[in-house]
Write a protein that binds this ligand. Structure first.
Ligand code: BTN
Length: 334
């Protein structure tokens, strides 16, 4: 039987109400341990960086959380019980690799893998994604499709919408650079990479792993010199927020869009409208780089499958998909 973690249980109790005090007696009854065990657990939490006030005759109160990427910490920001299918690593190669493995092992939809740092963070087009410890959110969300596989092309965009919603709640003004970057003031704050786990025998997609990397606490000098004008963190953009709060916000938003609203089962004009409204690509001149050649066009809209609709100089329109092409903005952020 797994050993009880009284400190984690105490944290859950204290986290449920952070305004008032919880008496030692009440806590010992609720947890079914002695008051000394409660006291020891509070000491352990303080050692881990939690600020816990204790006042004679009033009890304990949680006043501040440390920065970190542990499940206990995440549970402070997630709805009750949601943390049960979140797996946190201090270090892993890539949460997308872990997520693909979990997909093959049959993990349920909504399972999340998070890491404080990645040693082989991967980005689009075979690029690497810098993932230093203590500075970002690196998470992969496993989604088991219960929709038409064609709708899966919308997944990266849904994740982009979820990230934008979280950043907007923090008072920022993010935009989506089609197909998978979130930018603030023309610099990249987040990248998204979705992988599909398919079954060759049945030719079906049995899982999709949506990988999301957000720069949260970096200062300008923390980025390598060549990225300083291209990358930004949430903190540099003016908002100080615990990384676990950002991660929990993204998970909660994805749960809402994918599992509660089941947005992929009924792709709606409203979703495309939300994506178009936040797109900084639509309305810009772009250079489309496809396997068959490069050409300039004007981005004019987002298609129902989340592809980019472009208009060519002769006035004809076509939809380009993220798998086939790389779109480079001719103005501003590239
Ligand atoms: C890109 O910008 O090209 C996409 C970057 C995606 C990075 C995230 S971090 C979490 C997940 N694990 C990875 O190895 N990649 C994604």
């Amino acid at each position: 039987m797994a050993k009880r973690d009284v400190a984690a249980e105490l944290l859950r109790e204290l986290g449920q109400d952070r305004t008032g005090f919880h008496s030692g007696e009440e806590l010992s009854t609720r947890l079914g341990v002695s008051r000394t065990a409660v006291w020891k657990a509070a000491c352990r939490l303080r050692e881990a960086g939690y600020a816990i006030e204790s006042v004679t005759r009033l009890g304990y109160r949680l006043t501040a959380l440390p920065d970190g990427m542990t499940r206990e910490l995440l549970e402070q920001y997630l709805p009750q019980g949601r943390g049960e299918t979140v797996i946190c690593y201090e270090e892993t190669d890539s949460t997308n690799t872990r997520g693909m493995q979990l997909a093959l092992e049959g993990a349920p939809t909504g399972t999340v893998v998070l890491a404080d740092r990645q040693t082989r963070g991967s980005g689009r087009l075979g690029r690497s994604f810098l993932s230093p410890g203590g500075q970002g959110v690196y998470l992969s969300y496993l989604y088991r499709p219960d929709c038409d596989p064609a709708a899966l092309s919308l997944l990266t965009s849904c994740a982009g919408l979820a990230v934008c919603q979280v950043l907007e709640e923090l008072g920022l003004a993010p935009a989506i650079k089609w197909p998978n970057d979130i930018i603030i003031d023309r610099r990249k704050v987040c990248g998204i990479l979705t992988k599909l786990a398919s079954d060759a025998e049945t030719a079906t997609v049995n899982g999709a792993v949506i990988g999301i990397g957000v720069n949260v606490t970096q200062q300008r000098e923390d980025f390598p010199e060549e990225l300083r004008d291209k990358a930004v963190s949430v903190q540099e953009a003016g908002v100080t927020v615990p990384r676990a709060a950002v991660a929990a916000g993204i998970i909660t938003r994805l749960d809402d869009l994918l599992l509660r609203q089941r947005i992929l089962s009924q792709p709606s004009e409203a979703l495309i409208g939300e994506l178009t409204r936040r797109s900084c690509t639509v309305g810009s001149r772009v250079e489309v780089i496809s396997p068959t050649g490069e050409y300039e066009a004007l981005a004019v809209g987002i298609a129902p499958d989340a592809g980019l609709v472009v208009e060519l100089p002769d006035g004809s329109r076509r939809t380009v998909s993220s798998g086939e092409v790389s779109v480079r903005g001719l103005l501003g952020y590239t």
